[in-house]
Design a protein. Structure first.
Length: 122
């Protein structure tokens, strides 16, 4: 009987020890599962924040490129207009100089011609 009591005592201690270890392991698994869920949520939040920042940076880049393109277009248009105005001004100036040269030539020619007629008549 003592042997049976001893065996039952050892078995009960083993059962209590095994139950304690099992409960402790279950609590540890539950805690780790909760940490895993929290980490998963944290990773999703970080990923969302990174995606938002990337979207903001891309939007800023597109706006900057669009602005640079618009400024470049305006500058090229202004330069083209300036070149056209300079070209027109130089054409006008050259034309007026040629007209003055022609006028001076013909007025000199008329003077020579009128002096020749005066000499002949005269």
């Amino acid at each position: 009987m003592e042997t049976i009591s001893f065996a039952l005592g050892v078995a009960s201690v083993l059962i209590v020890l095994l139950s304690t270890v099992t409960i402790w392991n279950m609590l540890k698994v539950k805690k780790l599962t909760k940490e895993k869920e929290n980490l998963h949520i944290l990773i999703n939040n970080v990923e969302q924040n990174l995606n938002n920042k990337i979207d903001d940076v891309e939007r800023h880049i597109h706006e900057t490129v669009r602005e640079v393109h618009n400024v470049t277009d305006r500058m090229s248009t202004d330069i083209y207009r300036s070149i056209e105005i300079s070209s027109d001004d130089s054409k006008k100036y050259t034309d007026s100089r040629i007209d003055k040269l022609i006028d001076a030539y013909f007025s000199h020619y008329k003077e020579i011609g009128s002096k020749s007629k005066q000499i002949i008549k005269g």
